[in-house]
Ligand binder design. Structure first.
Ligand SMILES: Cc1cc2nc3c(=O)[nH]c(=O)nc-3n(C[C@H](O)[C@H](O)[C@H](O)COP(=O)(O)O)c2cc1C
Length: 191
């Protein structure tokens, strides 16, 4: 069994294009959502929300996503390749989990904390997926961050979509990672 350090270091973003069509059991997705639900949360607002697309709903969501792009893009900027990409995004994957932050009613908790907590929930999913040999891409592509997607999920003004998790299996999910900036340049250490 991999150690937590190995799981963190080995986790990589895996694009849907290299996923192989193999399906994840719904129960495994539920277990990953359970991990997400253990994220830290200031004042216990628990702002993370998930919309899971499985089975035939995957293709339906991808078609909706492509149509959102078409309906909200001026004709002169519309790109058929982008439309086709969004339409076909689900072809090789298993589940799509849309993640959004539901702004709580506690005004003492700033939005940044709700976003931070929801991001922690996503990382729990990513690490749980890595531990289970599941490939994931956290994507903000297409219409994910656009107002049209917020409307699609019927969100309020202060809520926010954080991303779409494209999940499946891939033959090689253990490519070495790379970081451009040495850690030393990101850390100030006072003692
Ligand atoms: C908030 C967020 C949004 C991302 N959106 C995209 C995306 O739209 N498309 C994509 O290919 N990768 C996306 N990624 C994945 C990053 O490209 C990836 O994490 C980065 O290249 C580092 O690689 P690693 O995750 O394998 O360490 C996103 C990552 C984060 C954290």
């Amino acid at each position: 069994m991999a150690t937590l350090t190995q799981i963190i270091e080995n986790r990589r973003s895996i694009k849907p294009a290299v996923m192989n069509g193999q399906k994840i059991e719904d129960n495994v997705i539920r277990e990953l959502l359970q991990l997400a639900d253990w994220a830290p949360t200031h004042a216990k607002t628990e702002p993370w929300r998930f919309v899971v697309y499985a089975g035939e709903a995957v293709a339906r969501f991808c078609a909706d996503h492509a149509n959102l792009y078409k309906e909200n893009t001026p004709a002169e900027r519309f790109n058929q390749g982008t439309f086709d990409n969004l339409t076909n995004m689900g072809n090789n994957l298993s589940h799509i989990v849309a993640v959004y932050m539901k702004r709580g009613a506690n005004p003492n908790i700033p939005v940044i904390e709700e976003l931070a907590a929801t991001s922690c929930a996503v990382q729990n999913i990513l690490l749980g997926a890595e531990a289970n040999g599941i490939a994931v891409l956290w994507s903000t592509g297409g219409m994910t961050l656009k107002p049209a997607m917020k409307q699609y999920f019927q969100l309020e003004e202060e809520d926010a979509v954080l991303g779409l998790l494209y999940m499946g299996y891939a033959a090689d999910s253990s490519k070495p990672g790379a970081r451009n900036t040495p850690l030393e340049q990101k850390v100030q250490w006072h003692s």
